[in-house]
Design a binder for this molecule. Sequence first.
Ligand code: UT7
Length: 327
Amino acid sequence: MRESKVKILGTGSSVPERVITNFDLEKMVDTSDEWITTRTGIKQRRIAGEGESTSTFALLAAQRALQAAQVSPEELDLIVVATVTPDMLFPATSCLLQRELKASKAASCDLEAGCTGFVYALSLAEKYLRGGGGEKALVVGAETLSKILDWQDRSTCVLFGDGAGAAVLGLSEEEGILATYLGSDGGGAHLLELPAGCSRMPASLDTVNNRLHYIKMNGNEVFKFAVKIMEEASLEVIKRGNVEIDEVSLFIPHQANIRIINSAAKRLSIPEEKVFVNVHKYGNTSSASIPLALDEACREGKIKRGDLVLLVGFGAGLTWGSALIRW
Ligand code: UT7
């Protein structure tokens, strides 16, 4: 009989070297460090260099996670890359990663659930292992959002950044992933989208001239949704995991905006010292945000064995998801 408990065996992350500060952006669009800092908490972001793509950072994050987990690529049964900025529409970025890692027995696919992508991928990979699909899985959240930003649109270009985070999951004797919760509401699909380049609006001179290959967002509506859903998704996974919110040792929310993070933490009565924040360093890195934060928290010694970690995210779709992890 196979063991049906799953835990995170190791994490890793990677960000581009190039830093773009709010002061750099002041020279590009009509904005200010003061506006960006007070409205979002972001001070700088990392931006991919020439020749770098999503798989560049996915690969480094994956290698670091495998090393931390002491798992070799040949042991992987599944690779899932969550991204809204794949290297290409197809083949999947996960297949490019599989090739580079030489993970010869792994099945590979990409998953698109906006900024909730990593939590979705974590939950689905966990169920895959529990269901008998294999023993080890690699889950990656990786983005190069700089490539789909309109650098003339101050309402979006100041918010996002590039990077990747990864986690290796494995069957274990201890329960690691206590509960997950996923949800979606396509009624809000229009609030955050990239209109052109696929079957509905194939690339043409018009789509390029009208700047339709870039992120379009109704920031205010997404903000309102985010604050509400972060609380709901957190409470639901806490209930599913049969624990109390004050047992949570570290809260790792999607890093989109410090105001969203603070109001979610306040609604949940989670004290500031239990909230992990790195949005000031990286901006919103979409599906990379939670695994990047998780890896930093691990490497900074903020998560100890036995700790209860709560991950919660929201994003385009609209989607949301949460995961409760015993470290
Ligand atoms: O991962 C999921 C993805 N998205 C999010 O999480 C985003 C959620 N939304 C937000 O974080 C916030 O809504 C924003 C940060 C996007 C915007 O903050 P806000 O407090 O909701 O500002 P606003 O959109 O209401 O804009 C206020 C003003 C506007 O000027 P007027 O119309 O009041 O004169 C904007 O034109 O700020 C202006 N503005 C800017 N000013 C300077 C918008 N962007 C900028 C900018 N610099 N970069």
